[in-house]
Design a protein around this ligand. Sequence first.
Ligand code: FE2
Length: 374
Amino acid sequence: MFFFAILLGIAEIVSTIWRLSVKSKGKKEYDIRRTWMKHIHEGLLLISFCLIGYGIYQAVKIPEVTRINLVLKGMASDAVPLKIAVLADLHADMISDRGRIEAIVEKTNALEPDLVVIAGDFVDGRPEEFGRNLEALQFLNAKYGVYGVPGNHEYYSGYGPWMKFLEGLGIRMLLNDSVVLEENHVVVAGVTDPAARRKHEAEPDFDLALEKAPDNLPVILLCHQPKLAGEAAGRKVALQISGHTHGGMVWGLKKLVARFNNGFVSGLYQLDDTTLLVSNGTGIWSGFPIRIGCPSEIILLTCLPDPEAAGTFSLENPLKEKPDAEASSSASSYILETYEEEEIPHLSTPDSGAIFNTEEETSSHPVTKVPMKE
Ligand SMILES: [Fe+2]
């Protein structure tokens, strides 16, 4: 509908200009131009229907896998790399049905992740309506389990029952809470969503979420909305994983979506020592079921040890496995190359595109957009 409206608007403007231009000319020329306008209208209508069809197909198809290797700042230099499957914005509803979620689970399990995280917006509806769609999530298979945080949509349709339902599927919901993955020497934490405020539920509390995290371990924080990344950066969180934006949904809307999310739309960003990963989402919101140029994705994120960090010898659980030295060095060089070769856009530069702040959670931390590596 978005394209349909835009294209018809263009057609109307062109039509009006032509009508005015031929007003003083003969009837024959007027008829010829009117016939042409009719053809243009039909052509634009056809194009808009094709774009809508393509956009819906892109929105509902089973997502591709995006692979990212990332050196996790502060991860013990001899720790075991951690493979994380990142899902977000499943939005179980009439479109994101049982079969689609089952296919996503199957594809995720095939990646053999150590950990699965789900960054909020599981649903669009009540558990009795769409809980059935999500039942396949209980079959997600990962060595260290499945962790999640609520998104804003969980608060719109029965927050309490949904949390209970998701926990019942074996998903550990991190509601301002954290756990330590001892073998990899990292902390996984999660916060609730700002939508909690309107429903009188527990609001995001970063301090509480990180309270149990040992100081010497890097933290991977699940936080549905990327605009809160400044809070994470202020607490030296190593990595924040978010969703919510759907990657902008349509190519031309990215800047608009950025305006409402402190400039964070899709991919990797750097805020001081904190890396922010914003998923395009694994599903789609039925309120705008179109994707063009912003494909849904299952992210396989491999967190690699930080060569500059200390080893794990001083911790209580010494590691038996050695890190994958080749993978570690290639990821390090990728990050370094990115910084050397690019003119790094700073928050305050006018040409920094989507990197600007508009809302009250505005971060004072310098932000760098780091292109995703396929
Ligand atoms: Fe959301």
